[in-house]
Design a protein around this ligand. Structure first.
Ligand SMILES: C[S@@+](CC[C@H](N)C(=O)[O-])C[C@H]1O[C@@H](n2cnc3c(N)ncnc32)[C@H](O)[C@@H]1O
Length: 263
């Protein structure tokens, strides 16, 4: 899996993902939700932290942050972002085998690994590891890509008129993963139903507080970036995401889901 992951991210680097298109909304809403749950000054482990977008933001807000990611290129980018002296630490590692003592972080973020762990037992293992290294009662916040995302994306970007890609979208919709087929979302992607994510967290012995929709339906607007530039429109897009965050329809129509749980 690591080789495929590295190959995937070599051709699609993470840099700038959260500063364009639907990433703008994903980042704004994720930050809003992190502020809601992370106590001031809490030590944070950012598992699958990529190039350090959230790690830098949290460190600048006064959180001691440790980032861990499976892709060495991302860790290099994160270290560059952390600067000198480093704002936060970054290291290569696997969400399924965290190299930390039990209970040594106040909060743990898992914003990425569950997208790429296709086997259920691996996702439960990653969540169990997050629970283990989090202090008892601390928040574990874990993101997933929602089951409908490939289909809703496919409407916007035209995959659904391509026979091969459409078949893949149907497979992802039915099974959550597409085996070796490849329509933009790689074969190493998994797409969750909200309740499925909650079940996996319970199996990892986490105390589930809820699953929230991150972007809401506006995340699939093809011209989101243009609309985001309009202050009133942006506020309404955010309002919609907040208002629908716990509605079953809002969850289903959100590109990403956020598990909120306590260790
Ligand atoms: C889409 S990126 C998200 C990065 C960042 N957290 C964000 O939200 O923008 C997914 C990240 O998860 C990392 N990842 C995937 N599987 C992982 C694993 N088993 N252990 C650690 N990191 C993993 C990838 O290398 C990648 O950096």
């Amino acid at each position: 899996m690591e080789d495929k992951l590295i190959e995937h991210y070599s051709s699609r680097p993470e840099i700038d993902r959260l500063t364009m298109r639907s990433g703008l909304l994903e980042a704004a809403r994720t930050q809003e939700l992190l502020l809601r749950y992370l106590p001031e000054g809490a030590t944070v482990l950012d598992v699958g932290g990529g190039d350090g977008f959230y790690a830098e933001w949290l460190a600048r807000r006064g959180h001691p942050v440790q980032l861990l990611d499976a892709v060495p290129l991302h860790v290099e980018e994160a270290r560059r972002r952390a600067g000198q002296p480093p704002l936060f630490d970054a290291q290569v590692g696997d969400a399924r085998r965290l190299p930390f003592e039990d209970g040594c972080f106040d909060a743990v973020l898992v914003l990425g690994p569950l997208y790429h762990l296709v086997q259920r037992e691996e996702r439960v293992l990653a969540l169990r590891e997050a629970a283990r290294v989090c202090a008892p009662g601390g928040f574990v916040l874990a993101a997933a890509i929602s089951r409908l995302a490939p289909a809703l994306d496919g409407i916007g970007n035209g995959w659904i008129v391509d026979e091969h890609k459409f078949e893949t979208v149907l497979l992802q919709l039915a099974e959550g993963a597409s085996g070796d087929r490849e329509p933009g979302f790689p074969a190493i992607s998994y797409f969750h139903h909200a309740e499925e994510l909650a079940q996996e967290a319970r199996e990892a012995r986490l105390d589930v507080q809820g699953v929230l929709g991150i972007e809401g339906p506006a995340g699939f607007l093809p011209d989101l970036e243009t609309r985001w530039g309009d202050r009133v429109m942006r506020e309404r897009i955010l309002w919609l995401a907040r208002t629908l965050e716990t509605e079953p329809v809002g969850l289903a129509m959100s590109g990403h889901l956020l598990l909120v749980a306590r260790a």
